[in-house]
Design a protein around this ligand. Structure first.
Ligand code: 6PG
Length: 237
């Protein structure tokens, strides 16, 4: 496994992983702002990011990040009405943008517009208009089936060669349609970090770190220019 895409750091628990990741994000933000005047951050979905967001909105890290120069985007979304508790946007607002009083003009959530294909097209337009410069950091999680973003094993979205954002079936609960950035979009990303906790992820991580490239998380890691894996002990292969 090459260290550029499969560099692994293991932490005793989710809290210590989140604390270190938050410190590293503050440093990443400072570098990006120094280099090109802003920090373009893609937030990760699911439940694991809650640990990280709590660290980011709490002192001392809250003050260490120049939030006025941060632009928040998301890599995928459960295609549900605004306010649905299962949406990643709901988690973002509850745990990060809300506590920060983060301004809407720099917060780019995926829209709920019917049909889902239209929502994907609109978000792609949003990215092409408002993502100025590279994605400095994309935060990722991995499901027990090895999916990441909303790129599930066997998902047609994995075959997309041109679009940056597509809609597709959510093969796992919560079931239903998903919106996700695609593999071609990852060429805009400078660096990705997987933050993964939980023993249910261990089997797939064991396969991936043994060289199995068949799971979407491994394919995404390999496509990124650089990818780090931050794990807690329970999922460490
Ligand atoms: C989603 C995510 C998904 C998530 C993983 C891990 O919308 O579900 O984007 O890729 O990151 O499923 O989820 P947990 O952090 O809840 O384990």
């Amino acid at each position: 496994m090459d260290s550029t895409h499969f560099n692994k750091v293991v932490y005793p628990d989710a809290l210590s992983m989140a604390q270190r990741a938050a410190q590293d994000i503050a440093e990443c933000a400072a570098r990006a702002i120094a280099e090109h005047g802003r920090f373009n951050l893609f937030l990760g979905g699911g439940s694991t990011p809650r640990y990280l967001h709590k660290e980011l909105v709490t002192e001392p890290l809250r003050s260490q990040i120049d939030w006025d120069k941060v632009y928040l985007f998301c890599g995928d979304e459960r295609f549900l009405p605004v306010g649905d508790p299962e949406k990643n946007e709901t988690m973002f607002r509850e745990t990060l943008s809300g506590p920060l009083n983060f301004p809407e003009e720099r917060l780019f959530n995926m829209p709920y517009l019917l049909p889902a294909e239209h929502a994907a097209e609109v978000y792609e337009k949003t990215l092409r208009e408002h993502l100025v410069g590279p994605v400095d950091l994309m935060l990722l999680g991995m499901g027990p089936d090895g999916h990441c973003l909303s790129l599930f094993p066997g998902s047609p979205a994995l075959q997309e060669q041109h679009k940056w954002v597509v809609s597709g079936p959510g093969l796992n609960p919560p079931a239903g349609t998903r919106i996700t950035v695609t593999l071609p979009f990852l060429d805009q990303v400078s660096e990705g970090w997987f933050l993964i906790v939980g023993a249910d992820k261990k089997p797939k991580l064991s396969a991936i770190f043994s060289g199995d490239m068949s799971f979407p998380s491994a394919v995404v890691a390999q496509r990124l220019k650089k990818c780090n894996w931050l794990l807690d002990e329970t999922c460490n292969p």
